[in-house]
Design a protein around this ligand. Structure first.
Ligand code: PGA
Length: 253
């Protein structure tokens, strides 16, 4: 297997110290028990929980990621967090371009590319999110939209080692709806082709492309078995240890 499965939990704006720590410890314990070598596990708690979560997962193979960062490494940006700060704190990953940031904060492909570029420069791995809205899907524009998002938001310093793409149809996030397995495979295969055009065939073959959007224990096995699906970015179901670990378990081929 050229591409190691990545199961990433995006906690979004959820959790306080006490339950967050308990949750991170629970995930770490299950990951330890499972002792899988073929699957990376990542949790992305909110900024306020990163330090506590880091301590909670210490000694386990669970990795730590943040949900966003600024594109500058430091300076006058009130309320923002730089990729160097995340690196300093012990994060290995940062998510950029999640649809909730594109929508809630008006983030553009150009801005996301800048964030991803500097996160990579800071030594982090980036998970760059893309995906079409329901309207775009209805208008048969899924491939076109995803292609434009990749071309615009994947930076020039991206490689298969430092970048992961997450395909998350906006209409599937938090709704319980998912595309069919055939649709997911079609989009993932087309994403790989676009990556090949942008970064070369070698990077495209090795770059992980995650599926995200209502992934849960009941649909994870089918989705994770698809040829071009290399893991999942999980929101709601990552907030329950049992569901998250069931998804990790489903990634076994
Ligand atoms: P969901 O969210 O699993 O709750 O649909 C996924 C995401 O937004 O990353």
């Amino acid at each position: 297997m050229v591409r190691k499965t990545l199961i990433a939990g995006n906690w979004k704006m959820n959790g306080h110290i006490e339950d967050g720590v308990a949750h991170a410890k629970g995930v770490a314990l299950e990951v330890k028990k499972a002792a899988r070598k073929d699957c990376e596990v990542l949790i992305c708690p909110p900024f306020t929980l990163l330090m506590a979560a880091k301590k909670a997962i210490k000694g386990s193979k669970v990795q730590l990621g943040a949900q966003d960062c600024h594109f500058d490494l430091k300076g006058a940006h009130t309320g923002d967090i730089s990729p160097l700060m995340l690196k300093d704190l012990g994060c290995q990953y940062v998510i950029v371009g999640h649809s909730e940031r594109r929508t809630d904060h008006g983030e553009t492909n150009e801005l996301i590319a800048k964030k991803a570029y500097s996160a990579i420069e800071a030594g982090l791995k980036v998970i760059i999110c893309i995906g079409e809205t329901e309207k775009e899907r209805d208008e048969n524009k899924t491939i076109e939209v995803c292609t434009a998002q990749i071309m615009g938001s994947v930076p020039s310093n991206s490689t298969a080692q430092n970048t992961v793409i997450a395909y998350e149809p906006v209409w599937a996030i938090g709704t319980g709806k998912t595309p069919t397995a055939e649709d997911v495979e079609e989009v993932h295969a087309s994403i790989r082709k676009v990556i090949a055009k942008k970064l070369g065939r070698a990077n495209a073959n090795k770059m992980r492309i995650l599926y995200g959007g209502s992934m849960k224990p009941s649909n994870a096995k089918e989705l994770l078995a698809l040829e071009d699906v290399d893991g999942g970015l999980i929101g709601g179901a990552s907030l329950k240890v049992a569901d998250f670990t069931a998804i990790i378990e489903s990634s076994k081929q």
